[in-house]
Design a protein around this ligand. Structure first.
Ligand code: FAD
Ligand code: SF4
Length: 467
């Protein structure tokens, strides 16, 4: 075995997977996972842990699996994370734990994410639940939203003995894990729902179809329903558009709508009555993970797909693995070009995009080189459907129905980073609703910090009463 090289992971063949919604990455077998664990040199000061936002004892779980103790490995992960099979699949490890792994200095880093995924999948197959229920401490907390921020906050509070109820607007829990990230990257029944069930096994209740700000307000939760603290983890689900001519044409979708219809409403399955119009030539505007997911979903629904992105390849914000997978499956990239108009026929149906070529100028506030239009370089791209994947904002509903809850100019709820405390007493927040669209693991980190913040807040109230 070459100790400088990662044990390769098996994947579905690109030609086959481009026609189905089954998971692309097949994960490690036990032998492969153990062989990869043997590459870890068990550093005394493990740099990988510093790169993990939730601080998992990475050498600890690798050592336990290497020595044949898979339950002990799962227990170590459960101390810091309630969603390991999800994180093992979708976390950008290459910019986090694996980026800092010392093995990466001279060769490939240890495949920490793939090992974590193996441990979580193995526990699930065996029916081993590492999360442990605590004794009830008599306090009640409400969590708004069942995405990774809400699930993590709820799980961490339940582990400390709190009675937690999650209120979720949609008919299924999971947030973006359920309605955004496609089945072929993150299986819903087999993985997401099972990890949500593990959080439920801690005693967490999930009430779906409750829109906080409409069905109930935060004030009602606290004044009438008896919740002593509230965590807002309502995400950033409001799509952005370009505000260019023709954007209201038939056949223009936000990536959010397109992916929600496919994932949550199962538009890709013949046995569901909620199909989606997907066109034969789809243009996806944007270059992030959401754009890749929308493009690869449209491809699997039978379209030829082109991604239109205003910067170059180096600047694509999507994970490298996702870009490579998209290319292998046959998605075309038109880089350094930007739509200026959506073209349509006399009945209002999309016929294409008018684009302008771009060149890269000086770096902007994000540190990436700013795209500048090249005058007179317009050209048309034919398309019968257009998917806008330009990022999202948080929905202003909760802030507009909760007095004293401060937000910034993008409607993001303002919260103290260390504790999640907002401007309203007893109300905490974290995840995309605070930061804007970010990542699963950062939402989990925020959920965990807020759980600790809520615990300290309620213990402080108890102590004050006792004086
Ligand atoms: C298509 C797509 C692909 C992505 N791919 C990746 C990836 O590969 N890796 C990665 O790390 N990140 C990825 N992300 C980003 C990541 O999924 C998010 O950063 C993360 O899910 C944010 O978690 P959250 O809990 O803050 O919010 P969400 O996951 O958005 O969950 C919020 C929940 O709150 C509910 N809600 C909203 N308003 C209310 C209300 N008023 N009342 C009750 N409930 C409410 C929503 O219905 C939702 O279920 C992706 C995002 C998208 C959209
Ligand atoms: S930095 Fe790499 S080699 Fe060191 S403990 Fe972490 S995973 Fe193992």
């Amino acid at each position: 075995m070459d100790m400088q090289k990662m044990v390769p992971v098996r994947e579905q063949d690109p030609k086959v997977r481009a026609t189905n919604f089954d998971e692309v990455c097949l994960g490690y077998s036990r032998e492969e996972a153990v062989a990869e664990c043997q590459r870890c040199i068990q550093c005394k000061n493990p740099r990988c842990v510093k790169g993990c936002p939730v601080g998992i004892d990475i050498p600890g779980f690798i050592r336990e699996l290497r020595d044949g103790h898979s339950n002990a490995a799962a227990d170590i992960i459960a101390e810091a994370s309630s969603l390991p099979a999800i994180c093992g699949r979708v976390c950008p490890q290459e910019t986090q734990c694996e980026k800092y792994c010392v093995r990466g200095i001279k060769g490939d880093p240890v495949a920490i994410g793939k090992i974590e995924r193996y441990i979580a999948d193995h526990s699930r197959r065996k029916g081993y639940v590492a999360l442990k229920k605590a004794e009830d401490n008599g306090h009640r907390v409400a969590v708004i939203g069942s995405g990774p921020a809400g699930l993590t906050c709820a799980g961490e509070l339940a582990k400390r003995g709190y009675e937690v109820t999650i209120f979720e607007a949609l008919h299924e829990p999971g947030g973006v894990l359920t309605y955004g990230i496609p089945e072929f990257r993150l299986p819903k029944q087999g993985v997401v729902q099972k990890e949500i069930d593990n959080v439920r096994s801690l005693g967490v209740k999930i009430e779906c179809n409750v829109v906080i700000g409409r069905s109930l307000t935060i004030d009602q939760l606290m004044d009438e329903e008896g919740f002593e603290a509230v965590f807002i983890g309502s995400g950033a689900g409001l799509p952005r558009f370009m505000n260019i001519p023709g954007e209201n044409s038939n056949g223009v979708f936000s990536a959010n709508e397109f992916l929600t219809r496919s994932n949550l409403m199962k538009a890709y399955r013949d046995d569901y009555y909620t199909p989606i119009y997907h066109g034969k030539h789809v243009a996806v505007v944007g270059g992030g993970n959401v754009a890749m997911d929308a493009a690869r979903t449209a491809l699997r629904l039978g379209a030829e797909v082109t991604i239109v992105y205003r910067r170059g390849r180096e600047e694509l914000p999507a994970r490298v693995e996702e870009v490579e997978h998209a290319e292998q499956e046959g998605i075309k990239f038109r880089l350094l070009c930007n739509p200026t108009e959506i073209l349509h026929d006399e009945k209002g149906w999309v016929t294409g995009l008018r684009c302008i070529r771009m060149e890269l100028g000086e770096p902007d506030a994000s540190g990436r080189r700013r795209p500048v239009p090249v005058e007179g370089s317009e050209f048309d791209v034919a398309a019968d459907a257009v998917i806008m994947a330009l990022g999202t904002l948080s929905n202003p509903l909760i802030a507009s129905t909760t007095k004293g809850l401060e937000t910034d100019k993008w409607h993001c709820v303002k919260a103290v980073e260390k504790t999640g405390q907002t401007s309203r007493e007893g109300v905490f927040a974290g995840g995309d609703v605070v930061t804007g669209a970010a990542t699963v693991i950062l939402a989990m980190e925020a959920g965990k910090k807020a759980a600790i913040g809520i615990d300290e807040y309620l213990k402080g109230k108890d102590a004050a009463k006792a004086e």
